[in-house]
Design a protein around this ligand. Sequence first.
Ligand SMILES: [Zn+2]
Length: 161
Amino acid sequence: MDHLWTPWRYHYISGLSDSETTDRCVFCDIPRGVDEEQLIITRGRYNYIVLNRFPYTSGHSLVVPFRHFAAFHDIRPSEWNELGELSQRLQQALAETYHPEGFNIGWNQGKCAGAGVADHIHLHLVPRWMGDTNLVGVLGETRIIPEELTSTYEKLRRFFT
Ligand SMILES: [Zn+2]
């Protein structure tokens, strides 16, 4: 079980601002920027999809409501319907692109549950392969190669244009 939930402990870190020490919220800030720079794969009416800049595995993405709120039970039906559709399309895109053996798809609510940005709820989609936890265990959060993110972005964006 520990391994199953490990992805949620890997915090989303913007590099632009630290939402824990300022009043700014990274998930409110991201959509104010340019899609390519922010790694926004697509925008819906109520939600957007963005690559995690510190992915647990290749393709690790987030589906984020534009509206700033913290609790899962506060998701409105209109937001939920679109969020579900975007998440399913994203999973299909990840499956066709990376052929993972499984997925973690889930929410963290609250710091104690592993939420890196606890004030603005977001859904993680994490492609998984047998043995990928060993890689992460060794390399942790510092294994990000910018070219890999750009490549991931180009591959996934094609599914939403
Ligand atoms: Zn926010």
